[in-house]
Design a protein around this ligand. Structure first.
Ligand code: FAD
Length: 493
């Protein structure tokens, strides 16, 4: 049986392991951290379960089909719960908008905020559907590794006005600034600046309307556990505390990988879910890399980072939705501070996660658990987060207490936070980028890291840094591409 190594156990890595098993490989997953899941890790403290990262589950069929592909019933592994509204968006003037999937209801909610934008919203949704039909249905799970693959889609991209930004295209149809923000913030969930990122990403709106927004009972961490259970049942070996530091190449092909403790793993296929900048630069000698030279790797631009504070309270806040977007006084200016100027602004826009709204078991009885996330510049900012961390966290708590969580300070039970340093050091992500390389036009599709290495035979990449990009649906689709391009076990020898 040919041996395949998967470096990293984010959702892209776990899904790739499923595909490799199906193809007949002997699969070993090597994870550097002491737990599986990558950005979808977990912090468990004093009876609270804090999902560390992804909380919004979309396109759930991409998950269930992986379990089914190995002959298992997903219902035996995890429970999917529908979320309604998808998000509550609260603007700086305290007006709010419930972002829902049902067409009539979302139109009523647009009307309640600004009746003049109802027709515009209908046109925007239709445009989003057309982008989805091309950008998602036709292109999300196909390899983009030739110039011709890119040229083939160029006419569609022009027709669909993908040269405009998400915010730019939303503004063509919507006039109310609050609704412009409500329909354009989502690229932030994949690391892109809404005012710069190509409007292809408007497909997220239609994807959510079509398949809904969900939560996994027990948190996203339960889904990671479900994948681990599935993979172990099907014969894969999964190791934690196994950080890969070298890939040995012989005759242009992968031969074995080494972990920092000196263990060696022979293999004919390596699927890397780790940051490709680091894999190429730090794990493979430069003489084997004519495409991904160190100087080219240096030119990549990286997504923004995140500050995330996790906290529990012994008071419940029933008025909150499961997912709340709290928009601050500035939109474009704040985005510019985060993405371009790379400074920590005085104001912020936040995402507040309140999973106990859906699943009480996430916290002790009568308590709530939360996380609050603030997009911040990546570590090219030069900020010293050791100094900033507590100050920034307290500032956010005070703001939340004054506006949304009365008496928070008196009821806080546990709290801690992660900064861009967590992404840089713990998740081994270049410059602490929370979503891998930036999803700019010049780093998307053909211009993103290819799923098949141009430099080393038998080396493949999966996950947020590859096409189609970050987010759980994105990385699961990148694993589907791996499934298409890696030969079956018999064909390997
Ligand atoms: C706070 C936060 C909230 C998010 N919210 C959502 C959401 O609600 N919905 C959504 O769809 N997406 C969300 N995302 C994005 C989504 O979580 C990610 O895009 C996705 O999970 C990334 O998966 P991945 O396959 O790229 O692997 P990653 O999760 O990046 O995992 C890569 C793994 O590789 C390991 N690794 C790295 N280097 C090595 C090495 N040398 N040796 C061994 N292992 C190594 C790392 O430890 C890590 O476990 C969120 C992201 C963050 C950070």
């Amino acid at each position: 049986m040919s041996k395949a190594i998967v470096i990293g156990s984010g959702f892209g890595g776990l899904a790739s392991a499923v595909h490799l098993i199906k193809k007949g490989y002997d699969v070993t997953v090597l994870e550097a951290r002491d737990q599986f899941g990558g950005r979808a890790g977990v912090f468990k403290k004093d009876g609270y379960t804090f999902d560390a990262g992804p909380t919004v589950i979309t396109a759930p069929h991409l998950i269930s089909e992986l379990f089914e592909s190995l002959g298992e019933d997903p219902k035996d592994y995890y429970d999917l719960l529908a979320i309604d509204p998808f998000y509550k968006i609260i603007f700086d003037d305290q007006s709010s908008f419930d972002y829902v999937g049902d067409e009539e209801r979302i139109i009523e909610n647009v009307r309640a905020l600004n009746p003049k934008d109802v027709d515009g919203y209908r046109k925007l949704a239709e445009h989003s559907r057309r982008i989805f039909d091309v950008g998602y249905t036709k292109l999300a799970a196909v390899p983009f590794d030739t110039v011709s693959s890119m040229l083939r889609v160029a006419p569609d991209m022009i027709r669909l006005e993908n040269y405009k930004s998400v915010y730019g295209l939303v503004s063509k149809y919507i006039k109310d600034e609050r609704l412009r923000q409500a329909f354009s913030f989502e690229p932030l969930l994949v690391g892109g600046n809404p005012t710069k990122i190509t409007s292809i990403y408007l497909l997220i709106h239609w994807l959510e309307r079509k398949w809904g927004v969900h939560f996994i009972k027990g948190g996203t961490t339960s889904l990671v556990a479900a994948f681990v259970e599935l993979l172990e049942k099907k014969g894969a070996t999964l190791k934690t505390n196994a950080s890969v530091d070298r890939i040995e190449v012989e005759g242009g092909k992968v031969k074995r990988v080494f972990t920092t403790d000196g263990s060696a793993y022979d293999c004919s296929v390596v699927v890397s879910n780790a940051d490709p900048v680091r894999v190429y630069r730090d794990m493979i000698e430069e003489k084997h890399r004519s495409t991904h030279t160190n100087s080219r790797l240096k030119r990549k631009s990286h997504s923004m980072s995140l500050f995330v504070a996790y906290f529990g309270s012994d008071k419940t806040y029933e008025h909150l939705a499961h997912h709340t977007i709290l928009l601050g006084p500035r939109y474009k200016g704040l985005l510019n501070d985060i993405f371009t100027k790379k400074i920590l602004a005085d104001d912020f826009s936040l995402y507040l996660h309140a999973p106990t709204r859906t699943d009480k078991a996430m916290a002790p009885e009568g308590h709530e658990c939360f996380y609050v996330l603030s997009p911040v510049p990546n570590n090219l900012s030069g900020l010293n987060w050791k100094d900033e961390k507590e100050i920034y966290k307290d500032k956010i708590y005070k703001w939340l207490e004054a506006r949304h969580l009365p008496d928070l300070a008196d009821n806080l039970t546990v709290d801690f936070a992660v900064t861009p340093d967590f992404f840089e050091q713990e998740l081994q992500s270049e410059h602490g980028a929370a979503f891998g390389i930036e999803p700019s036009f010049t780093q998307s599709a053909y211009f993103r890291f290819h799923n098949r290495s141009e430099d080393v035979e038998g080396l493949y990449f999966v996950g947020a840094n590859t096409h189609p990009g970050a987010g759980i649906p994105g990385v699961l689709n990148s694993a589907k591409i791996i499934d298409k391009i890696i030969p079956g076990e018999g064909a390997e020898k």
